[in-house]
Write a protein that binds this ligand. Structure first.
Ligand code: ATP
Length: 248
């Protein structure tokens, strides 16, 4: 497997004593390069924490994250920030758009901050696929939630970062727009060689990916390659009722 990013034995706890929560408890995962991977699991299983640690936005208490050859857990915060800016893109649930900038300016902002010029043809193609080509001169307040989400997706993909992390990217979209977005993320992986990692609760969204990793209690406990909706639903059900699954 050609691994783009790998978590090894990640541990992360919040709180102390009786309030201690082990958000990550030995989480290990190898994410294949140029593939579309989903992270699923019950609420509170550590999905967001794992994604934030993989992306270098947060640190673990123990364990390693390897981005290519670089152990990002060993970097200073400044070097981790620089690496993140160069190699990683994000689509968050809260879109983090700058209110005073137009959609087009928001999309180009990460590149502008890095002193690079956007690829105008790629920006036009992204805007067309995302259905925001007539909204590029609008400010975020003049866009619907779904349109803001698509602006955030275009912003994450424009610089063609090596790895893109997306937290519930279809959460605010109707099913047609959601399917189009998942198709675009899949294309970013297969046609453009980007590594895409998505957290989702939605089995039909997970059916668009190459591989699903399932988290329970802060650990990856199962994986599915080329998942179908039925296989994802069945795996989630077995994870959420483990005692029943074991016939106990
Ligand atoms: N900042 C924090 N302080 C204290 N506990 C936290 C913090 N962030 C997360 N947790 C706890 O860590 C555990 C894992 O949280 P996380 O958000 O990673 O789960 P998740 O699988 O993404 O959940 P969901 O599907 O509900 O979004 C949960 O029990 C959560 O309450």
């Amino acid at each position: 497997m050609n691994v783009a990013i790998e978590a090894r034995g990640l541990q992360k706890a919040y709180g102390t004593g009786e309030t201690l929560v082990r958000a990550l408890d030995g989480a290990s995962l190898a994410v294949e390069r140029a593939k579309f991977t989903a992270i699923m699991g019950p609420s509170g299983s550590g999905k967001s924490t794992l994604m934030h640690v993989l992306a270098g936005l947060d640190t673990a208490d123990a364990g390693q994250v390897l981005l290519g050859d670089v152990d990002i857990t060993a970097l200073s915060e400044r070097n981790r920030t620089l690496l993140r800016r160069e190699r990683i893109g994000f689509v968050f649930q809260s879109f983090n758009l700058v209110p005073s900038l137009t959609a087009a300016e928001n999309i180009a902002l990460p590149l502008a901050l890095a002193g690079r010029k956007p690829d105008a043809a790629w920006l036009r193609e992204l805007a067309a696929v995302l259905g925001i080509e007539h909204r590029l001169t609008h400010r975020p307040a003049e866009l619907s939630g779904g349109q803001q989400q698509r602006v955030a997706v275009a912003r994450a993909l424009l610089a063609r970062p090596a790895v893109v992390f997306a937290d519930e990217p279809t959460g605010n979209l109707d099913s047609r727009r959601g399917d189009e977005l998942l198709g675009l993320l899949r294309r970013a992986a297969h046609d453009f060689g980007q590594t895409i990692v998505m957290v989702t609760h939605d089995p039909s969204a997970a059916a668009h990916v190459d591989r699903v990793a399932f988290l329970v209690d802060g650990r990856v406990v199962d994986e599915l390659a080329d998942p179908t909706v039925g296989a994802v639903v069945a795996t989630l059900a077995s994870l959420e009722a483990p005692a029943l699954g074991k016939g106990a």
